[in-house]
Design a protein around this ligand. Structure first.
Ligand code: PLP
Length: 363
């Protein structure tokens, strides 16, 4: 090929998504597979979402609203911010990319934990920036390490709370001490994709407090607790000047009209959200108890998933589980050769997963 590819793009490793159910079922000749590999909502989504989407179908010949007005109004009310503090994205992935493109010049740095959600690294490299990766400490974000990695070239620092894939959290005290040590020139991106599942009151929640620090950009998503992963919609809450930049560079119609009405309906159905959260807690507690009893080492988690040590090659375990129709995530590609990540499913899915894992691991 005679095209020359951008050097920073050449260095990008492709994103390894969890296999979609349909593909697993086709490949292994099975049906009714149990997928607990992508931290999705096993309870589906609010019935009000389906209604809202169906009634929108007749207007799909029209472009979506460039800024979904009612959704933004509801979010602004919920978090006591103004609409100008919001950016709505085609998933929070979209906002991560906008941050990298809006704030990094070539060669400038974004500091992040290692391993991290892969979209941080991919977006930074696509924007011709340089990811600076700081290894975890005891499966948690090494906040002091992130601070030490900041240089005059640093423009962004990413943290994920709770952390994917370990489930570890950052407390309020830890976060404030961390933010205090960072310069004014750095944006602190706090990815709270799993914050709805947190049970521990000491955990930092960026939207529990008034938006006073202009450096803090909070990312939230409808993909997990609200069950809208397939619609693709997430949002960021941030200083108006930062939001203005992201809104300036995003595609004008980045969020499709069905996702807009789906998110609006999902936000209104607080009953469904509560049921998801309590069902998830029940699932996490069940899985933790059964796997601990079976002799696996389960890390403490505040998210809708757990990470555990199966004490043998986790790729092989996952392959054997696939043949039994159970899809979980090997963490070998993250450098944890004997660990897997499993999200809480329905009661029935959890039972199937426990039985399958205990049988393939010979426990
Ligand atoms: C799932 C997830 C997201 C959400 O991504 P969407 O693009 O909103 O679906 C963001 N960050 C982390 C760490 C995640 O695990």
């Amino acid at each position: 090929m005679s095209f020359s590819i951008s050097e920073s793009v050449k260095a990008i490793k492709p994103y390894e998504a969890g296999k979609p159910l349909s593909e697993v079922e086709r490949e292994y000749g099975i049906s009714n597979a149990v997928k607990l590999a992508s931290n999705e909502n096993p309870f589906g989504y609010s019935p009000k979402v389906a209604q809202a989407v169906l009634s929108k179908l007749s207007a799909m010949n029209r472009y979506p609203e460039p800024v979904p007005f009612i959704l933004c109004q509801k979010l602004a009310e919920k978090y006591h911010v103004q609409m100008e503090n919001l950016v709505i994205g085609n998933g929070s992935d979209d906002i991560i990319a906008l941050l990298a493109h809006g704030f990094l010049d070539p060669g400038q740095e974004a500091v992040m934990p290692l391993p991290s959600f892969l979209m941080y690294e991919i977006s930074v490299k696509t924007a011709k920036g340089v990811p600076i990766m700081v290894p975890l400490k005891d499966f948690s974000t090494n906040l002091d390490g992130l601070v030490k990695a900041v240089t005059p070239k640093t423009k962004l620092v990413f943290v994920t709370n709770p952390f994917n894939p370990t489930g570890a959290v950052i407390t309020k005290d830890e976060f404030l001490r961390f933010a205090d040590q960072l310069p004014d020139s750095v944006l602190i991106v706090v990815d709270e994709a799993y914050i709805e599942f947190v049970r521990d009151d000491s955990v930092y929640n960026a939207l529990d407090v008034p938006l006073t620090d202009p450096r803090i950009v909070t990312l939230r998503t409808f993909s997990k607790a609200y069950g809208l992963a397939g619609f693709r919609i997430g949002y960021g809450v941030m200083d108006k000047a930062v939001a203005e930049i992201l809104n300036r560079i995003r595609q004008p119609f980045n969020v499709n009209a069905l996702a807009q009405v789906a998110a609006q309906a999902a936000l209104e159905d607080t009953d469904f959200l509560s049921k998801t959260i309590s069902g998830t807690h029940q699932g996490i507690d069940f899985l933790t108890q059964k796997f601990t009893e079976a002799g696996f080492e389960v890390l403490p988690t505040q998210a809708n998933f757990l990470m555990m040590d199966v004490k043998t090659n986790s790729r092989e375990i996952c392959e054997k589980l696939l043949r039994k129709g159970v899809v979980v995530r090997s963490l070998a590609s993250y450098g944890y050769d004997t660990f897997i990540r499993i999200n809480a499913g329905t009661d029935q899915e959890n039972k199937i997963c426990v039985d399958a894992l205990i049988s393939v691991a010979g426990k």
